[in-house]
Ligand binder design. Structure first.
Ligand SMILES: O=C(O)CCC(=O)Nc1cc2ccccc2cn1
Ligand SMILES: [Mn+2]
Length: 250
């Protein structure tokens, strides 16, 4: 259900898309991680940020994962992790978020075509999740080290767009640290800077964590599906449901 990505016809958008695609393809195939700065430009970036801020103040975010810090489990002190909202970008007052999503779609689809006619890595990308808008309230909220897609659920590329203006990593924390497989003990430290987009393989190659943030930290994430892995995951899910729904299975 790949949403049609409308691209304004003036040349420079297509040239720009091609340039970004070349970077994404080479970095993803060399490092499995790719960072692009100034993705939308300041004005458009701010229009996306304003829509997210309006959503947040309209109370559209739901509590994400609870991170109860074990040591203090007795007094049930839980540091609230991220708060999230899922969007397809066609909701009202979200047209700039919709424009961001279309641009990321255009890049991923084009990279898919440019590289090995229709394959990036060995993937054939044919769809994606909705956009997950996440907010880390700034009192030490964090995200524990994890893999986005540890068990072949079909997601192959994670794309994260950051919205945080004047972010000072020393004061504000909130660093994304990726531990890429095969980089030995090297890590990729990504600051969640305004108008920056990050791509990385979603599977076990890229465990990552968000370190405690001390200022409200916003990001928009899209996960892209590999056709084959997604179909297999859906078949497996359907089989499990049938097996579990048979009489005699508790
Ligand atoms: O904001 C960042 O820099 C990355 C945060 C992050 O990894 N978020 C995240 C959020 C998730 C929410 C539900 C299921 C899986 C998830 C995996 N990752
Ligand atoms: Mn993640």
């Amino acid at each position: 259900e790949f949403l049609p990505s409308f691209l304004p016809r003036n040349r420079n958008n297509l040239e720009e898309i091609d340039d970004i695609c070349r970077n994404v393809i080479s970095d993803m195939n060399t490092w499995g991680v790719c960072v692009v700065n100034n993705f939308l430009g300041t004005e458009k970036g701010i229009s996306v940020l304003d829509e997210v801020l309006n959503m947040y103040s309209a109370g559209m975010f739901r509590d994400g994962q609870l991170v109860s810090n074990k040591a203090a489990a007795s007094d049930l002190k839980t540091i609230r992790g991220d708060q999230i909202a899922w969007l397809d970008g066609k909701e009202k007052n979200c047209q700039n978020i919709g424009m961001l999503i279309s641009k990321v779609d255009a890049i991923i689809m084009r990279a898919n075509k440019m590289y090995n006619n229709g394959k990036m890595g060995d993937y054939t990308i044919n769809g994606r999740t909705k956009a997950m808008v996440a907010c880390y309230p700034g009192y030490g909220s964090h995200y524990v080290k994890h893999v986005d897609n540890p068990n072949q659920d079909g997601r192959c590329i994670t794309a994260i767009y950051y919205l945080n203006r004047d972010w000072d990593i020393k004061q504000n924390g909130g660093l994304l640290r990726i531990f890429p497989e095969g980089w030995q003990d090297q890590v990729a430290d990504i600051e969640p800077l305004f108008d920056r987009i990050l791509f990385f393989w979603s599977d076990r190659r890229n465990p990552h964590e968000v370190q405690p943030a001390y200022k409200t930290r916003y990001a928009i994430t899209l996960w892209y599906f590999d056709a084959e892995e997604r179909n297999e995951a859906c078949r497996r899910y359907q089989r499990d449901r049938e097996i579990n729904s048979k009489p005699g299975n508790p």
